[in-house]
Design a protein around this ligand. Structure first.
Ligand SMILES: Nc1ncnc2c1ncn2[C@@H]1O[C@H](COP(=O)(O)OP(=O)(O)OP(=O)(O)O)[C@@H](O)[C@H]1O
Length: 366
């Protein structure tokens, strides 16, 4: 047996999980509030004991209720990173990172060297002497990532690691996590509310509802053919699939070219299979194509309109490849001003910086 396997029931929280994770796989866990996502991480981390079941990591049995096995959290080879960097407030950043190897019995000099290496890896070397109170949220989270990695965990668990960061700090942490998770081939489980994070960071996604895994597959498959209520709700993101034709530009099979920004640091080369994602709220609807650049102008025939929260969601006809129609969220005033109605030919206009380009993911595993 390799990888992580969880088969556990926790009755007090009405949770019953059965899932496996291959070595080197990154799994994103999505689901509504209170669905049991954190509970799943707690079961793996050894923070809660299931009423019944097993948690295994490769050959190691971490939990086995029948056999009376429950390896304590610190001895599991599992690191948990939460929303807020839980650094020791009285220790410097460097001492926080050193703590992990020290508590595993490494010598002082070796621990110090490891801490330096990991702080450098998260681009926080110059913060080494600062106390947590002197760090911004994003800086503290980078130090917390260094501390988690310095423990050399076999599995990294991340509980909404970007949700407490402001919008300016989140991209750097997301880029760092992308390096840590995707390029270093780590085994990891990331709980997130953000589908775009799932897409940027994970190989596979599971949707958790009421303490159960209700859907599992590639992020794209969950996006394009959701089978759970939550999957359908989160699929409210526009997605176009195609190939990169030049840096920062994707062409769909029917010849539409969309420009966007790549958060992955320029790894998408011409010919690469990719997806472009943008939120309906980022789309403006025009009756004539605007001339201002840099903007994407997508001709659309309105198929339907529906009230969507405080906005009106305007949906185009299905794309030529049968993928979900593009959607725009506009104000009711705009609907009236532009006289929008089904059948009308309009232009969906979206700024380049609102479009995220990502590599297309491989087919779902299992
Ligand atoms: N420490 C706890 N003790 C008892 N019940 C808990 C505890 N933590 C969570 N629960 C309950 O377990 C259920 C699952 O909660 P959990 O925190 O795992 O959900 P979640 O999917 O992580 O939610 P959120 O997205 O809101 O963080 C909820 O009904 C919650 O009230």
């Amino acid at each position: 047996m390799s990888g992580l396997r969880v088969r556990a029931r926790l009755d007090a929280r009405d949770a019953a999980f059965d899932l496996t994770l291959a070595d080197g796989e990154v799994l994103a866990v999505l689901g509504p509030n209170g669905a049991g996502k954190s509970t799943l991480l707690s079961l793996v981390a050894g923070l809660v004991r299931p009423d019944h079941g097993t948690v295994t990591l490769g050959e190691a049995v971490l939990t086995d209720t029948d056999a009376g096995v429950f390896v304590p959290a610190h001895a599991r080879g599992v690191a948990l990173l939460s929303q807020r960097a839980l650094l020791f407030p009285h220790l410097s950043a460097a001492a926080n990172v050193e703590f992990a190897p020290r508590s595993q019995g490494r010598g002082r000099a070796a621990s110090r060297e490891l801490a330096r290496r990991w702080l450098r890896a998260v681009d926080a070397e110059d913060l080494a002497r600062r106390r947590p109170a002197q760090l911004s949220g994003g800086q503290a989270q980078r130090v917390a990532i260094a501390r988690a990695l310095a423990a050399q965990p076999r599995v990294l668990l991340l509980d909404e690691p970007m949700s407490a960061l402001d919008v300016t700090a989140a991209p750097a942490v997301r880029r760092l996590l992308r390096t840590v998770l995707r390029e270093q081939g780590r085994t990891a489980v990331i709980v997130t509310h953000d589908l775009l994070d799932a897409l940027a960071l994970a190989d596979r996604v599971v949707v958790v509802e009421r303490g159960r895994v209700v859907e599992s597959g590639s992020v794209r498959s969950v996006l394009t053919s959701p089978r759970s209520a939550f999957g359908a709700r989160i699929a409210g993101v526009n997605l176009l699939s195609g190939r990169i034709v030049e840096h920062g530009a994707l062409e769909t099979p029917w010849g539409t070219v969309v420009s966007g920004t790549e958060e992955t640091g320029g790894s998408l080369h011409a010919g690469a299979a990719a997806v472009a994602l943008f939120r309906p709220a980022a789309v403006a609807v025009h009756l004539e194509p605007p001339h201002a650049s840099p903007r994407n102008v997508l001709p659309v025939t309105i198929a339907e309109m529906e009230v969507h929260g405080a906005a009106v969601r305007v949906r185009g006809a299905e794309n030529p490849d049968g993928s979900a129609a593009l959607a725009a969220d506009v104000t009711a005033a705009a609907v009236a001003d532009l006289d929008l109605a089904p059948g009308r030919r309009v232009y969906f206009v979206v700024k380049t910086q609102e479009v995220q380009l990502h590599p297309a993911l491989p087919a779902p595993a299992g």
